[in-house]
Design a protein around this ligand. Structure first.
Ligand SMILES: [Zn+2]
Length: 395
C-alpha cells in the first residue's frame, strides 16, 4: 500500500501494522518491507515510501474479504486529506491511497529502477490480482516488485493512539543503540541531535536503522524497554532500500566552467554540458562548491531533477587549478597592478615598483575525499560514507 499519510499525522507504516494486527486467523505473515521511491514524484507524500508484506493463506477468499473491509473502514477515510508538513516546499496533493494484492509477481529490477528514477504511470505496471484506490497503487506495486538485492532494516515503534507533544525516549537506551555497530543514522553528528524520533506530527515514536534484521530487533527491545521511554502500541521490523544508493547512477567527473551562488546560499555549478546543484543544507558540499574555480575537476553523484540539474549527493575534488594573484605592496598591503607587458608592477597608492611577478593563492580544499550532506539533509536512500568509502572508492 502507499499514499495513506494524512493531515492527522497518519503514516503508511502504521496502517500496515494495523492491517497485520487485524488479519484473519491462519494467515502466515512474512517480512514487511518499506520502499522509498522517486524523490521528485509530483504527487508525493511526506517520505514517499510504500510498504508491502508477503501473506500466505489457504483461504484467499476470506483474506480478500478482509482486505475489502480494511480498505473501507481504515484506509478510505484517509483519502483526500492533505498531508501537513512543515518541511515540504512543494505543492501539496491530497492523499490518494492505493492497495494492491498480487498472487504472482516476480521481483523486477527494471521496474524498480524506473520507479526510483522517474515518474511512472499505472499503465506501465503489471496488473495486480486485485486493487483498491488510486495513485497509491503505483508505489504499492513497486514495493512488491522490489528485488531487495541489497537491503537494510528499520525497526519502527508507534505511539499510543492520541499521543501528542514531545516524544519520550530513554536517553540511556538511545545512547546504547547509537553505539551498536550495526545501527546507522541514529544521530546527526554535526548538529549533535538524535535522528531516531521523527519531527512533527506522526504516530511514529522512533525508527532505528540497522544493517541487519537481528540488530533491528535488538535495538527495538532496548528502546522500548528503556525506563523513560513512553508506552507504544506496537512495533515492527521493516526490510528497506534505505542506504542502498539504488537511486544513483555511476559517478561522473566534471570540469567546472562556472560557479553561481544563488539566493539563499544554494550553489549552481556549470560544466560544458550540464548544471549541478548544491543546496545550502548540504553543508560542506555547498561551502566547497562555492570555492571552486574554472578548471577544477570534481567527481560527483546525484539525481537529475525534473528541471535537468543534477542534485549533488556525493562529491570529491579530483584536481584543483592554481589560482594566482599579484603580490601585495609591502608598505600598503594592497594588491599591486601591472603597468603593461614586461613593465613591472606598481602600487597605485604609494607608487612603489617591483618586477613583474605572481603569487599562488593557497587553496585549502580537501582533495580526494568523498563528502556527503549531514545526516539530517540526506535522502533516505543515500548510503552513509565510512572510512572504506574513501579507501576503496566504493560508495
Ligand atoms: Zn604601496
Amino acid at each position: 500500500m502507499d499514499d495513506t499519510d494524512s493531515l492527522h499525522g497518519g503514516c503508511t507504516t502504521e496502517v500496515l501494522f494495523h492491517l497485520i494486527q487485524n488479519l484473519p486467523p491462519n494467515v502466515e505473515v512474512g517480512q514487511a518491507r518499506l520502499v522509498r521511491l522517486w524523490p521528485f514524484a509530483r504527487q508525493r507524500t511526506r517520505g514517499n515510501a510504500a510498504v508491502a508484506i508477503e501473506l500466505k493463506t489457504s483461504d484467499e477468499p476470506s483474506l480478500l474479504e478482509f482486505f475489502d473491509r480494511f480498505w473501507n473502514d481504515t484506509i478510505l477515510p484517509l483519502k483526500g486529506r492533505i498531508e501537513a508538513s512543515r518541511h515540504n516546499e512543494r505543492e501539496q496533493f491530497p492523499s490518494d491511497p492505493g492497495m494492491v494484492w498480487f498472487t504472482e509477481l516476480e521481483p523486477n529490477v527494471h521496474l524498480y529502477r524506473n520507479g526510483l528514477r522517474q515518474e511512472m504511470t499505472i499503465a506501465e505496471l503489471p496488473p495486480p490480482a486485485k486493487s483498491w484506490g488510486g495513485h497509491g497503487r503505483i508505489g504499492a506495486t513497486l514495493a512488491v516488485c522490489w528485488p531487495a538485492q541489497t537491503s537494510t532494516f528499520e525497526g519502527i515503534a508507534w505511539r499510543l493512539p492520541y499521543s501528542h507533544g514531545n516524544r519520550k525516549l530513554d536517553a540511556k537506551a538511545v545512547e546504547l543503540v547509537d553505539n551498536m555497530d550495526s545501527t546507522f543514522l541514529c544521530r546527526d553528528d554535526r548538529l549533535g541531535t538524535s535522528l531516531l524520533a521523527p519531527r512533527g506530527n506522526s504516530p511514529v515514536l522512533f525508527g532505528v536503522r540497522t544493517w541487519t534484521k537481528e540488530a533491528a530487533e535488538e535495538a527495538l527491545q532496548l528502546l522500548i524497554s528503556g525506563e523513560q521511554t513512553e508506552s507504544v502500541q506496537g512495533y515492527l521490523v521493516f526490510e528497506t532500500n534505505h542506504a542502498t544508493n539504488d537511486h544513483l547512477e555511476d559517478s561522473i567527473d566534471i570540469e567546472i566552467k562556472r560557479v553561481e551562488i544563488l539566493k539563499g546560499g544554494h550553489t549552481l555549478l556549470y560544466s560544458s554540458t550540464n548544471q549541478y546543484m548544491a543546496f545550502k543544507e548540504s553543508g560542506e558540499i555547498a561551502s566547497i562548491c562555492q570555492q571552486l574555480c574554472q578548471g577544477d575537476v570534481i567527481e560527483c553523484m546525484g539525481m537529475q531533477s525534473p528541471d535537468g540539474s543534477v542534485h549533488i549527493e556525493y562529491l570529491r575534488i579530483k584536481h584543483l587549478v592554481d589560482v594566482r594573484a599579484r603580490p601585495l605592496c609591502s608598505i600598503c598591503n594592497k594588491a599591486m597592478s601591472s603597468m603593461g607587458r614586461n613593465q613591472g608592477l606598481r602600487c597605485k597608492k604609494c607608487g612603489r615598483q617591483i618586477e613583474d611577478s605572481w603569487v599562488k593563492t593557497p587553496r585549502s580544499l580537501p582533495v580526494n575525499r568523498w563528502i556527503q550532506p549531514p545526516a539530517s539533509a540526506r535522502r533516505h536512500l543515500a548510503k552513509p560514507l565510512d572510512e572504506a568509502s574513501n579507501r576503496e572508492n566504493n560508495l
